[in-house]
Structures are given as structure tokens and as C-alpha cells.
Design a protein around this ligand. Sequence first.
Ligand SMILES: *Cc1c(COP(=O)(O)O)cnc(C)c1O
Ligand SMILES: *[C@@H]1O[C@H](CO)[C@@H](O)[C@H](O)[C@H]1NC(C)=O
Ligand SMILES: *[C@@H]1O[C@H](CO)[C@@H](O)[C@H](O)[C@H]1NC(C)=O
Ligand SMILES: *[C@@H]1O[C@H](CO)[C@@H](O)[C@H](O)[C@H]1NC(C)=O
Length: 546
Amino acid sequence: MYQTIDFLKQVYSSLKNSIKWQTQLDEFDIVIFGFLITFILHFILNRIRLPSRDYNQSYWSFVKSQVFMGLINYCPGVSSFLEKKKEEALKSFAHSLDKHTTNKTFKIPENGMGYDKINERLKSWIERDSKNYYSGKISGSLYVHNDHKFIEECQEFTKNFIYSNPMHADLWPASRQLEAEVIKMTGELFGQEKESIGMLTTGGTESILLAILAYRNWAETEKGITQPNIVIPETAHAAFYKAAEYFKIQVRTAKVNQKTFSVDLKDLKSHINSNTICIVGSMPNFPYGTQDPIEELAAIAKKKKIGFHVDACLGGFIVAFAKEMNYGKFDFTLDGVTSISCDQHKHGLAPKGVSTVLFKTRQLRQYAFFSTATWSGGAYAVPTTQGSKTGIGAAGAWFTMLAIGRKKYAELSKQIINATIQLAKQINEIPELEVCGQPKVNCVCFKSKGNINVYSIHQILTSKGWNLNTTQNPNGIHISVTQQNLQNLKQFVQEIKEAIQEIKANPSKYRKGGDMGALYGTTQKIPDSKFAGNALKLYLDSVLKL
Ligand SMILES: *Cc1c(COP(=O)(O)O)cnc(C)c1O
Ligand SMILES: *[C@@H]1O[C@H](CO)[C@@H](O)[C@H](O)[C@H]1NC(C)=O
Ligand SMILES: *[C@@H]1O[C@H](CO)[C@@H](O)[C@H](O)[C@H]1NC(C)=O
Ligand SMILES: *[C@@H]1O[C@H](CO)[C@@H](O)[C@H](O)[C@H]1NC(C)=O
């Protein structure tokens, strides 16, 4: 991501100069003038296809983004200039990733490579990369506990399923059973005592996509809604925006309370209308680790007769095993809850590639299934986005749940909760910092109380080997507590304190907040958020390039 900064910075400053977008005062005149020009050109060039404002966009930012994009699209030379910049950016992103690329293969070798040679490569890659992921200084990403015997046995078990294809349930009955049992055991954790109604997916994102798809199809069929919207807290995961983009659904974002960092119910209610298909709450959310008021949201959904998805992707396996924490109800024992997502591959401690989405009723789940009876290839029905699929996910989750057991999950869960609460307390004791809300599950996010740029703290921590996430609105640093970093949190707090001392000793060096400060500073200045978002796609081009 860092590599997008230079590109955005260059583009922004060149455009700014070329269109003389100099001061706040100037800006206003240019906006009015540019808006008229843009409008006229839109009419002429697009035959009256008027641009439309995003629901969450203010009128002023809509005008600014239209002018900005108008200038980019219609100013002579600007688009060819941008194309050139994009090519340069792609080259430089790819170059910076190339540092970690060794022994490139561009073509299938004429004769197969010997196993020894292949294993030699594998060894060198694992040796290098495991220093990153087993450093104990990364946020989230790797959740498994440091029990090497367990990890080895899990690998031994799952390898038996690498060629399985549970799409063919008749050929791989064991894989089918593992999948159904994982769904059953997970549903049981969330109040589905008799029958668990769910689907096994490849991750939290797919679970969320399928839940939103179910609501869209349900609302269209049963309520005739053709212009659907979802109302989600600003803290809801990016996957909800992805679902909305994939399935052409409007997103209406509800504010979160800036003290508690959970959704403002009044604001949320104000966005619900007759086209709303569902609302969302997180248990907890990714940015701040705070929970939304799930019981109140369930009551709203029930009253309005719309869906309510509880996103427990991150915290499901923690909160379900911590009854003594009095988190309140968050599962199907609440009448208004209609779907829940929960990731085995996060605090379920399973290998990557497995999550569960649960539904209140079989009818609702059917709205996310796909089937056709008339395809020339034969009658065809699959539950998720996949066709042929691997049984590894189900096998990894099944092995993990059985090998760990409820007692151990409860114990591990208590450790994470305890460490999270301790960490928040210790950070709040640092006079320059403040924790966002009162995190009580598995993530902590903190912001600056005074004039220290929090991204500079991030910059220093990164140089000391920490791999953390930054948040914006407000600017903050996020850490997801895992079994991998649990032992190093004392050191984490110590290094935060040292970073603050270093910043205080060198204020001019650390004013700007390093790379993350530059990235967010620039993206927040670019008037069209889609343009800034598209620049991040250049980063993806380079990730996928050899
Ligand atoms: C991680 C996460 C997701 C998405 O899960 P993936 O497995 O990364 O696709 C959804 N919601 C929350 C709160 C998360 O933390
Ligand atoms: C990978 O490349 C390095 C040099 O770049 C070489 O020394 C090494 O032998 C190669 N490894 C394999 C397995 O081909
Ligand atoms: C919680 O953390 C505190 C301080 O680190 C420790 O003394 C206590 O034993 C922990 N409790 C549990 C249940 O882990
Ligand atoms: C968190 O930060 C890491 C390291 O910068 C990055 O690779 C990852 O994509 C980020 N994750 C999220 C969810 O933002």
C-alpha cells in the first residue's frame, strides 16, 4: 500500500499546479466554474447521462468530486499524463515487491523439476517468511496458538483432503460429513440447538457476501424491492461494501458514537426506509474492537421486519466461550437476529480458508443458494460462490474444533480478553494517548490526545518490527490481539512509550506521520474518493505481476 503514496502525491500536486488549484478562496471560484463546464460537457458528451451522488456523500463533496473528475476527463493532456504516471507507478510498485521475489518461473519447464530442487526452494522461502509471521509482533493475520504438536497434527490430518471435492457429496462422503458437522457445531455455539442452518465458506468475506445476497433475493421476491439498500455502521467491515458493489445494493452508513465507538442508534434508524433489506451490527468490529448494541439492533430489525446480520467473524469464537463476560445476547436466542457470520480461520484457530454463515431459517438460506434445472450440463446446485471445491477448509476446521475442545477454547478466549482489557488500560495510562471506546474482546485501537501524530508512532513501531494497522476518522493505530502476540504486549506498551519520547525529542522529524500520514493525508485531499480507491488497484496490479 505504501507504494500508492508517491503516485497519489505526484498526481495530486501536478494536477493542482496544472489547474491552479491554489488556495481555499481560489478553490471556490474554480469549483463553480468547473462545475458548470463539467455539467455542460457531461450533457454534450454523455448525452444527458447525469452523474448521481452517492448516498453517503455530502452535496459539497459531490460537487468537488464532479469538478475534479471533469477536469481529469476533459482537460487536454490530463488523461494521457495520468496514463503515463500509472505506468510509472506500476513499475515502481512492482519493483518494490520484487525485493522479496526469488527464483522466478515464467513458463512451465520443459521437463518436470526434481522434487529435491522444488523442496530446496520451499525450504528457503519458509525459512525467510516464517521470520515475519512467527515474529510475535503482528496484528491479527495468524491466530493459531503456539502449540507445535497441534499444528503438525492438523497439517497431517488436512493433507488427506487436498484432492477431495465435496461438491461431489456422493464420492467424498467423509468430506461432506466434516462440512455438515462444522456447520452444526458452529450453529450450536450461536443458539441453534436443534438444527444448524448455515453454509461453510472460504472466509468472512464470502460469508458476508452470501448473507447480503440472501437478503437481496429475499427482499426482491417477497417484498418486491428492486432498489435495495443496507444500513451499516461506519465500523462495519469492508466486505459489506464489497457485497454492495457486487450485487448493486446502496450502502447507507450510520455514524458511530465518538465516545463508545458503537453505532448511534438514532442515526441508524434515520437511514432505514422501505427499500432497506437489512441492518448490520458487529461483535466486535475490526477497527476498534468495540461491540454494537446487538439487542437494540435486533429489536429495530424485528419491528421494521427487515434482516439483521451479526458480524461475529472476528470475535465469534471469543465471545461464544466467554459467557461470564456478560456481553449481552448476540445470537439466535434474540428474535431479530436473522444471520451470523463467524470465522473458524480467525479465533477458531483453524488454518486459513474457512468461515461459516448461519441463517435463522432454511428459506432465508435458500435465497443464497444457486441452482439450475435446465443447464445442458445437467441439473446443477451449489450452496456458495464456488463450484468444485476443496475439502481442506472443512477438514482443518473440524480437526481444530475437535482437538481443542470447549474447555481449551474457553481458556484461550479468557487469555485474549484479559490481555485486551489490560492493554487498553495500560495505553489509557499514557498521557498522550487515548483508547477508542472500551474494547473488551480482542482488538484495541488508540488515538492521540495531544499534538503527537499517531502515524509517527506507527512509523517508529514499524521500524521496530511491528506489523500493525492504521485507522482513519479518527487517525489511530489498531492491534488485534492473538495467541501469537499475547506474550509481547508488555513490550508493545514499552515501545509505544519509547516512540513517544523519540517523537518529543525530534518533533520536526516526526510531524508528518511517515508513510501512513502521507497516504491518508493525500487520499483525504483527493476530492473524488473513487479516484483514490482506484489508485489502490494499481497496487493490486503489481501484487499479481511477476
Ligand atoms: C476479518 C473480518 C471479516 C472478513 O473476514 P475475511 O476472513 O478476512 O474475509 C469480516 N468482519 C470482521 C469484523 C473481520 O474482522
Ligand atoms: C534460487 O536462486 C539463487 C540465486 O538467485 C540460487 O543461488 C539458488 O540456487 C536458487 N534456488 C533454486 C532452488 O533454484
Ligand atoms: C489477567 O491478567 C493479569 C495481569 O496480566 C493476571 O494477573 C491475571 O492472572 C490474568 N487472568 C487470567 C484469567 O488470565
Ligand atoms: C493491515 O496492515 C497490513 C500491514 O500493513 C496489511 O498488509 C493489511 O492488508 C492490513 N489489513 C487490513 C484489514 O487493513
